[in-house]
Ligand binder design. Sequence first.
Ligand SMILES: [Fe+2]
Length: 395
Amino acid sequence: MSTIATYYWPGQTQFGYGAVQLVGAEAKTLGARRKVFVVTDEGIVAAGLLQPVLASLTAAGLAAEVFDQIPTNPTTTAVDTAAAQLRESGAELIVALGGGSPIDAGKALRTLAGGPPEAKIAEYALMLGDEVRPLPTVPQMPPMIAIPTTAGTGAEVTPWGVITDEARKLKMGFGGPATIPTVALVDPGMTLTLPPRLTAATGMDALTHLIEAYVSTNMAPIALDALILDGIGRIGRFLRLAVAQPAHRQAREEMMLASMLGGIAISSRWLGAAHSLAHQLSGVAHLHHGLACAMVLPTIMKFNLPGALERYARVAQALAPTSQVGSVRHEAERAVMAVRDLMIDVNLPLRLRDVGVTEAMIPELADNAILDLNWTTNPRAITRDQMAALFQETY
Ligand SMILES: [Fe+2]
């Protein structure tokens, strides 16, 4: 191997049923003495998922200030507002509780808390050609504990967050190795009440992470292959069950593990064109991120086949194993079909026309997608016009 391989690994991770009850003890181990700042959203509070967090903090003798106004797609305004409240609070540690949005917001708050008071989150945006404010170092920032409530984003172990920049009308990424959460408490019990539709969509987000990381051109950290194929296998065996039987404890645990493996995979390998297209479907047509990923994934895989034929063949064997293995080309094509079959079995729509996307949106979707850097590690080079054709094909 001629290049230097860069691995981004999670912080300390506690995985399993009951892990959420460790939050008080972990906060104390990380140095909190009086107060922690809990960032979440109203849906999480309504679902009763804040209660075990507060109970554990109270038992550890820690006060909690709760900010529960993170929008479904967190905005620069919401984050800058929460950061001012965090500074006022005197809290020594951040607990981020929720799906990808509150965890991304938690990473943003941690960044702002470690930087100068006048800094805004938009100044940390990772965009080509922009002057970026350097990230604070780990000792400058308060420690952060991430507690996911969906099995999808893997945000509890990744370095980055995505925030909607209202002024520039786009989704901005930020972060780096320093913003990987200090501790992740990954508790499948937090997903037992997640409705089937969200279970399906978030599970497909995790599958998209694993598949895009597996065929990424950012191939240096080859040792991740085994973890990625293991994660794809778990989704093939357990996503249907988690959707069909929401209280199935093993299915929830397997999906949580697959989601975490997806997060570990993209931290080092990055993503691909499916995320470039999906981000625009969320931005322009307001599709749920996981649903948007799921809908474009088979189309992108079919387009990508010539760039990663053997790898897609191995995806098919991991996702839908057969005793008789066909030719490499046949198996690679079977991977695309296996993803479509899975979507049908978990009741997700296949066509963009069925979820509020119009043909008139396609030019804007393609214009924005080519500006989204995720496609730069796609296994097949792609142009703006090819992106427009792929949106059309999925329409
Ligand atoms: Fe994603």
